[in-house]
Design a protein around this ligand. Structure first.
Ligand code: SF4
Length: 585
């Protein structure tokens, strides 16, 4: 198939060697690229039960057949491994320009194996691969690291790096690129840190060949005109995700003080208008028709963003409404290489535990100075920071307050209270990498569009399945989450790029395969129905205020949603993928 480079670069860090091999095109036909194909490689190559922080875990950068083409929103890189935070499969996607450089350097994917004997980084310039000492970079923040390497290699080189959080193997660490873009969740930065790999620099001077470039360019122009830069979509450019603050507050799903309630009377302090008033520029990823990045600067606090999750996590969920603190939180987390969702989740849990007198973490809701100070302690695992970076599941196991530990499978919740969007609760519970909103995002239907009643279990298993199918294709092709077109459009573009006919039904089948395979990986690691759950707070405590006041997800309804989800996928009552499906994978 065209669109691919038909080459995987395999880098052995143990003995500082590398080799190339053809991309497995049988797998590419079945799993496309990105999330799907990356999971297939990791599933096949990892020994079950492998320690995610051992040299035997692998780290894979994966592109897709559209990477490097002008298809709108196609510039993201998938990074796949086994998660140190959850022990599940882990795939993240990172914006910026790294995916395009990987492809232009001549590769579909790069697999990192083993461990460097001392801190180093890898320089990739087309087929020239160098292993370079990074002892002078080790300990530095991602921003400084990227600046030093950009000075050395120039602006046509893209850089992926980790900060101190990844070096110190924190399960809440991320990989950074383009200064403010992250592969954020599941501790993917710690996998890189465990390999003593501080950074990867990539320069590519090649190109991508598609099957019918003229038709493809015409199709892309049509998509841009009719579907991407439209009135309905332009909010992504003008407001970006901060626009969700108002929608979530109005809909009763904006978490407040560690999900103890929803809605915040001070929401206008950190809504989209407030961010627009402090906007200092725009930035987008490669091959993007939208360019959602907003630079915000208040005082000496500056970041690209903040995105909704960071605003809600460091803001109302920590009892804070000061936008400068939120921007600073974003800036510091990015530099230290920490996931803003998990870091704010750990801090809000610590605040509630302290206020309720269960364990004194020395921080309470609204303490904006300590919110920032604690990040530095966390990155270095110093004092109370050493506890906070364990993640809320491990903190609750050590100090109690399990009902207040907002996570699924050990991954801290994104910032949508499921009691106001029941299907969101199911989406968190069944997500392949733990509590995550990127596998299925039913809040859009249940709350923003209000097209489906939110407080019922009826049809929610099927709803979460349908959305998961859509996202599995989106992240395998790899489109940005802002790609809002249907499977039919994805099949059309895929056909024009590869020269192989793909239908909407084919895309549907590929997505099911990806979902089954991710589940099979987790099943092999011992996960089943008992792990597909949400904290008791969501099932037992009703919300006190806001549009969803009086709501919880009753246990019976939660189980009904879960049963339906398993049934649609053909899994057993215990959530197991049957042998008949496993053998087809
Ligand atoms: S919409 Fe935003 S996140 Fe998505 S590709 Fe464009 S700039 Fe990147």
């Amino acid at each position: 198939m065209l669109g691919y480079q038909n080459k995987v670069l395999r880098i052995n860090l143990d003995n500082k060697t590398y080799s190339t091999e053809p991309l497995n095109m049988d797998w590419a036909e079945k799993y496309i690229g990105g999330k799907g194909l990356g999971i297939k490689y990791i599933y096949e190559e990892l020994t079950p039960g492998v320690d995610p922080l051992s040299p035997d875990n692998k780290l894979m950068f994966m592109t897709g057949p559209l990477t490097g083409t002008p298809a709108p929103c196609s510039g993201k890189l998938a990074i796949i491994s086994k998660s140190p935070a959850t022990g599940t499969i882990l795939d993240c996607s990172i914006g910026g320009h790294s995916a395009i450089k990987v492809k232009y350097a001549g590769y579909d994917a790069i697999m990192f194996e083993g461990k460097l004997d001392q801190p180093g980084y890898i320089s990739i310039e087309d087929d020239k691969i160098q292993f370079i000492d990074a002892s002078d970079l080790w300990g530095k923040g991602s921003h400084e690291t990227e600046g030093i390497l950009a000075d050395k290699y120039g602006t046509d080189t893209t850089i992926l790096s980790i900060g101190p959080a990844g070096e110190n193997l924190l399960p809440i660490s991320c990989i950074n690129s383009d200064y403010y873009r992250q592969a954020g969740r599941g501790g993917i930065g710690a996998v890189m840190g465990s390999k003593n790999l501080k950074a990867v620099t990539i320069k590519g001077t090649g190109a991508v060949t598609v099957d019918d470039s003229k038709k493809m360019v015409r199709k892309i122009a049509e998509i841009l005109r009719e579907d991407t830069t439209t009135e309905d979509n332009i909010w992504a450019y003008t407001d970006g995700t901060p626009g969700l603050v108002e929608a979530c507050n109005d809909g009763g799903i904006l978490p407040y003080k560690n999900f103890s309630d929803t809605t915040d009377v001070k929401w206008e302090s950190y809504n989209s208008e407030s961010i627009q008033a402090n906007k200092h520029g725009k930035k987008g990823c490669g091959s993007c028709g939208l360019g959602c990045g907003n630079f915000t600067k208040i005082g000496d606090a500056i970041c690209e963003g903040p995105e909704y999750e960071t605003i809600a996590g460091a803001g109302p969920n920590c009892g804070i409404s000061d936008l400068e603190t939120i921007v600073k939180f974003n800036q510091v987390c990015d530099d230290l290489g920490m996931d803003t969702i998990s870091a704010s989740g750990a801090l809000s849990y610590a605040m509630e535990m302290t206020e309720k007198g269960i364990h004194d973490f020395g921080i309470t809701f609204g303490d904006k100075e300590k919110l920032i100070d604690y990040l530095y302690l966390m990155a270095k695992k110093e004092g109370v920071g050493a506890d906070l970076v364990m993640g809320v599941k491990a903190m609750a196991a050590k100090y109690g307050g399990e009902d207040m530990a907002m996570h699924s499978k050990g991954l801290e919740f994104p910032l949508y209270d499921p009691r106001g969007s029941w299907a969101m609760g199911l989406a968190y519970a069944v997500s392949d990498r733990g509590g995550c909103h990127m596998r299925s995002y039913p809040a859009a239907e249940e709350v923003y569009a209000a097209s489906i009643p939110p407080y019922t279990a009826e049809g929610k298993g099927k709803l979460v399945y349908d959305l998961a199918i859509y996202n599995a294709v989106k992240f395998s092709l790899i489109f940005c989450d802002f790609w809002a077109l249907g499977l039919d459009r994805m099949a059309e573009v895929m056909t024009l790029a590869t020269g192989k006919q793909f239908s909407e039904e084919d895309m549907n089948q590929i997505a099911e395969r990806v979902i089954h395979l991710a589940r099979a990986f987790n099943q092999r690691e011992g996960f089943d129905r008992k792990d597909d759950t949400v904290p008791k707070r969501i099932l037992n405590e009703v919300l006190k205020s806001g549009a969803a006041a009086g709501q919880k997800i009753p246990v019976g309804d939660f189980n009904k949603m879960l049963d339906e989800y398993y049934e649609v996928l053909g899994w057993s009552k215990e959530g197991k993928v049957p042998d008949s499906i496993l053998s087809q994978l």
